[in-house]
Design a protein around this ligand. Structure first.
Ligand code: FAD
Length: 272
């Protein structure tokens, strides 16, 4: 849609440009921002002109710029030992989008819009990613992405704070993973997205998004029993109802999917 209240547009080139005047809003890919009226927005500040490298390999993992497009991240080249690599594409595909949206929607925009079904939130939470947040006073802090998301469409960023990047630790990139998603409609937005991970040291982590209003993370020193996992998944808080699924359906399908994932990661016969 045309944002007919917008009277100014600035391309951000350095950090000082990210200081927002009243009515200004950060613009990343714009795929959500331009998808509905924004009556309170009078100016846009384009983040994509900051020139941040999309993906940087660090000694202890990957640093993904907030402005990295979902398509760029999905095209991440495989590396020896990065067993979790397929999860990147699986999560990207969970956000049923056209190639046009994939090419411009950003990792940071998806996380900051913070929908429960946000595909990049799932990826970040599943791989223990940390958000690097720039504060308006020139500082920065780090926070687990799982804690940054506070509800369906809400996050903990204060006014003027900018998500600079997410950092994915190497131990998570090296993990074996399994992934499932379900939606009420074949091409509908996800009703439940569930993944599991087993690290080199045997620790197991399960992530649930879309089914619960904010991310749910279950951690174990080793793969849990089916009964324990089912109990933990179904007794987690936050299952919610909306047109994309009822809370009890979301809880029920999560229990089924998480058991499929546990069995797959355990290498049980008959699993993928
Ligand atoms: C056809 C279509 C289908 C969609 N399907 C889904 C779906 O299945 N699941 C889902 O989660 N979403 C879905 N979305 C919405 C989705 O969240 C956005 O399309 C996209 O991921 C947002 O990325 P963007 O870069 O375009 O962000 P923008 O639209 O540019 O920005 C989104 C919001 O985040 C803020 N923002 C952006 N970057 C930063 C940053 N670095 N720091 C602080 N704030 C920032 C902006 O100010 C804005 O409020 C869909 C959208 C469309 C158009």
């Amino acid at each position: 849609v045309d944002l007919d209240t917008v009277a100014s547009y600035r391309s951000a080139r350095d950090r000082a440009d990210l200081s927002l005047a009243p009515g200004e809003r950060l613009l990343a890919g714009g795929t959500w921002l331009f998808s509905e009226p924004q009556p309170d927005v009078t100016g846009l500040v384009d983040l994509t002109t900051m020139g941040w490298p999309a993906i940087e390999e660090m000694p202890d993992g990957l640093r993904v710029a907030a402005t990295c497009s979902i398509a760029e991240l999905a095209a991440l080249a495989p590396r020896p030992g990065w067993e979790a690599r397929p999860l990147v594409r699986e999560c990207a595909n969970a956000l049923l989008m056209s190639f046009k949206v994939a090419g411009i929607a950003t990792v940071g925009g998806n996380i900051c819009r913070a929908f429960a079904a946000a595909a990049m939130v799932h990826l970040a939470v599943a791989l223990d990613a940390t958000a690097v947040v720039w504060t308006p006073d020139g500082g920065q802090y780090r926070q687990a992405v799982a804690d940054l998301i506070t509800g369906n469409g809400t996050h903990s960023l204060a006014d003027g704070e900018v998500l600079r990047a997410i950092e994915i630790p190497l131990h998570a990139l090296r993990a074996r993973t399994a992934f499932r998603k379900i939606a009420l409609a074949a091409l509908g937005r996800s009703g439940a997205v569930v993944s599991g991970r087993v690290d080199d040291d045997g620790a197991a982590v399960f992530a649930i998004t879309a089914a619960t209003a904010r991310p749910t993370v279950l951690r174990y020193p080793a793969l849990p029993t089916a009964a324990r996992l089912r109990n933990d998944a179904t007794s987690a808080g936050g299952y919610y109802s909306d047109p994309l699924g009822a809370a009890d359906w979301r809880r029920g399908v999560t229990a089924v999917l998480i058991e499929e994932i546990r069995a797959e990661l355990a290498g049980e016969p008959g699993t993928r």
